[in-house]
Ligand binder design. Structure first.
Ligand SMILES: Nc1nc2c(ncn2[C@@H]2O[C@H](COP(=O)(O)OP(=O)(O)OP(=O)(O)O)[C@@H](O)[C@H]2O)c(=O)[nH]1
Ligand SMILES: *[C@@H]1O[C@H](CO)[C@@H](O)[C@H](O)[C@H]1NC(C)=O
Ligand SMILES: *[C@@H]1O[C@H](CO)[C@@H](O)[C@H](O)[C@H]1NC(C)=O
Ligand SMILES: [Mg+2]
Length: 210
């Protein structure tokens, strides 16, 4: 008899894990995905995403290949109803704000309300404070992000789509959490995503506090 956990593992290596990027327009969702997928940052004028698109990316966690299908949504209000339709199938959700833009941070609570309304209850949520490279224009301290994340019991890190800081980690941590959930032996201890992130993440250096 094949134990059910290894069956789940087999399924995992064929199926795509749906990951969705959400947050206000301009926070850097498309840039984060381009950095993760292609390892580059394209500076210049901002062109807002229209509708929704996806990128497939394979990551290896603990010697298992995990296929992520990453959906890049449009942050603009007028596309909100399009995005809602994709929440239901999401296994993981990366919620971004821009550390230089207070309103994008203030809107995180509204995003979380929407997520709880439309997404599955067991969706993996990660809060990301993006543009960590722009320390001179920082409007939200790191500890403010940490506090909000703690309030909602979601993992948090600051990222930079420009320098690449923590970009890979954000996606691999999600992949690892999903893989552990699928493969977990009933008696095995739970994967501690918070501890994993804390041990892996790069602090963005001297300038992260005022
Ligand atoms: N310095 C810096 N600029 C960034 C970073 N991420 C994104 N940007 C810039 O911020 C602007 C918006 O980035 P996008 O990735 O297009 O934002 P978005 O969240 O996809 O916006 P919508 O598609 O409208 O929802 C662009 O000009 C990017 O170059 C970052 O980490 N650091
Ligand atoms: C800050 O983000 C909001 C959306 O949350 C956007 O409307 C506004 O233009 C942004 N401000 C700056 C200075 O980028
Ligand atoms: C899990 O642990 C319980 C008791 O600790 C044991 O009875 C059971 O056989 C274990 N199950 C597996 C699949 O190892
Ligand atoms: Mg975009």
């Amino acid at each position: 008899r094949i134990p059910s956990f290894s069956l789940k593992l087999v399924c995992l290596s064929f199926a795509f894990l749906q990951t969705i990027l959400v947050g206000d327009s301009g926070v850097g969702k498309t840039s984060l995905l381009v950095q993760f997928d292609q390892g580059k940052f394209i500076p210049g004028s901002f062109s807002a995403t229209v509708g929704i698109g996806f990128t497939n990316k394979e990551v290896t966690v603990d010697n298992v290949k995990v296929k992520l299908q990453i959906w890049d949504t449009a942050g603009q209000e007028r596309f909100r109803s399009v995005t809602h339709a994709y929440y239901r199938d999401a296994h993981a959700l990366l919620l971004l704000y821009d550390i230089t833009n207070k309103s994008s941070f203030d809107n995180i609570r509204a995003w979380l309300t929407e997520i709880h309304e439309y997404a599955q209850t067991d969706v993996v949520i990660m809060l990301l404070g993006n543009k960590a490279d722009m320390s001179s224009e920082r409007a939200i301290r790191r500890d403010e992000g940490e506090r909000l994340a703690r309030e909602y019991s979601v993992p948090f890190m600051e990222t930079s789509a420009k320098t690449g800081v923590n970009v890979e980690l954000a996606f691999t941590a999600v992949a690892k959490e999903l893989k552990h959930r699928a493969a977990r032996h009933p008696n095995e201890s739970k994967f501690q995503i918070h501890e994993y992130i804390e041990s892996q993440k790069e602090k963005s250096g001297c300038c992260s506090y005022f």
